[in-house]
Ligand binder design. Structure first.
Ligand SMILES: [Zn+2]
Length: 210
């Protein structure tokens, strides 16, 4: 933001968080949570899609002050110190490109995301658990290629049986996803809250279809 540049850095340095808070905002601390900034990588794509890369407004303001980010869009709300008044950033872009991680962490969350939050046996969405395709009791390991998301009924039905004996079929063979694959899947699952100013930077499939 070009206005930013004209501020005396010493002014920023003297700010305390208490001074930062606008009268209206400070009355209800919970509203502070409601002004997150979408964080873009230097290529103007979100730093991550799932979870969507968001900073609380304090971090966004601090990063702007540290000149680590440029402000791309703003909320209609101000924060101020005795000498400075700025609009809360709603979109910030990193000045230095952060290389996306190449390998994907084997976490519950990433596994659900890979399976698109669907039971890999019946396709149901809803309350999901994990199932070892080759049961642990038969030497099955806890790895990308042997664990899938499963609904409780399917999990129960499968128990410690093999696929064949349980009469279940996998919708697709589980394997380790690549980071870009997970990123692409993440776009399908936008968070509940999306500020208007973020839309230019998010490429949900629904938007592309429209
Ligand atoms: Zn199921």
């Amino acid at each position: 933001m070009k206005d930013n540049k004209s501020y005396n850095k010493n002014d920023w340095g003297s700010l305390s968080m208490g001074e930062f808070i606008d009268g209206e905002l400070s009355k209800d601390p919970s509203t502070l949570k409601h002004h997150p900034a979408l964080v873009l990588n230097a290529d103007y794509r979100p730093l991550s899609y799932y979870p969507l890369s968001l900073w609380c407004w304090q971090d966004a303001v601090k990063a702007a002050y540290m000149e680590r980010v440029d402000i791309v869009a703003q909320y209609d709300k101000f924060v101020h110190s005795p000498t400075i008044k700025i609009k809360i950033p709603s979109v910030v872009v990193l000045k230095d490109y952060v290389r996306p991680q190449k390998s994907v962490a084997f976490t519950r969350f990433n596994l659900f995301l890979r399976d698109e939050f669907r039971c890999q046996y019946c396709g149901n969405r809803g309350e999901l658990t994990f199932d070892h395709v080759i049961p642990r009791s038969s030497g099955g390991t806890t790895r990308w290629d042997n664990v899938v998301a499963a609904c409780s009924p399917c999990n129960l039905r499968k128990g410690s049986k093999s696929l064949g004996r349980a009469g279940l079929h996998l919708r697709r063979k589980p394997r380790q996803p690549t980071a870009p694959e997970l990123q692409n899947l993440g776009r399908k699952f936008p968070p509940n809250y999306l500020h208007d100013s973020w839309m230019d930077f998010l490429y949900w499939d629904s938007e592309l279809d429209a």
